[in-house]
Design a protein around this ligand. Sequence first.
Ligand SMILES: [Fe+2]
Length: 307
Amino acid sequence: MSTLSDRYDPGPQIAQCGSINIGTADIEKSLWFFRDTLGMEEVERVGDVSYLRCYQELGHHSLVLTQQDENVVNSYGFRVRRPQDVELFAQEFAAQEIETLEIPAGTERGRGTAVRFLVPGSEHPFELYYDIDKPQAPADLRSKLPSNSSRRRGLGVRRLDHYNVQATPGRINQAEQWVRDNLGFKRREFAMLPDHPTTVLASWMSVTSQVHDLAMVANQDELNGRLHHLAFNLESFSDALTAADVLADLDVEIGVGPGKHGIGQAMYLYVFDPGSGHRVEIYAGGTTSSTPTGRRSNGLRSTSPRA
Ligand SMILES: [Fe+2]
């Protein structure tokens, strides 16, 4: 006999941020930063492409470093909830006449078939997939703790936390609305441009209980499709403070912080990957979302950087 959950079909859904593929002009410097300093495991390397994961991630990778001249983001990956959701999303995008590309399984090592498209409005390259290998770490890195794929090392980044992306003030409303209407992101907090109160300045959205898995902010320089930062989660506030000291001693460029966000209440530290120049947020703690719909943030009065 089928159960209610067997008969209930919620439609295709995003489960979580999965992996981000970034270009780096100097992959060795980027590996020094992400692997040797932040403590990620390099799971596999194929030519000029390296696949890394954090110590509490079981999947094959959450970060792909691709050696290339342009320091751009090649893809923002999201894992979907069910195997059939990849195709169901593709069908929906086709119905909206959004151009999609099927990325064959294994194009990113360890990952199944993905559908790639550009977010209408912001033009960020998103890729949705379900299947991901879960390889064991080598014996010398393997953890005895069942929730950890490897032993904690370096500064101890434990998982990819969120993406913060930018769109022009003229396009951000379209992009922000589209990801909410079509990918199931819930707007948890938002702020509007002070001089254009109908235009989104920043929106913090999630499909999980986090305040945000994806933030979208207006780029006042009229640049579309840009990354603001990718964020990695650490276990505690003190880990973020330790990271600030260690990274300063290693001459890693620090942007802002350490400090505590007004929105989300997490501890933050913004630094720059010395290989790619991408901004990376060290992120710890924070509230979970209790707001099913968005609320206007009063964070505009704060000097705190965006979460
Ligand atoms: Fe952030």
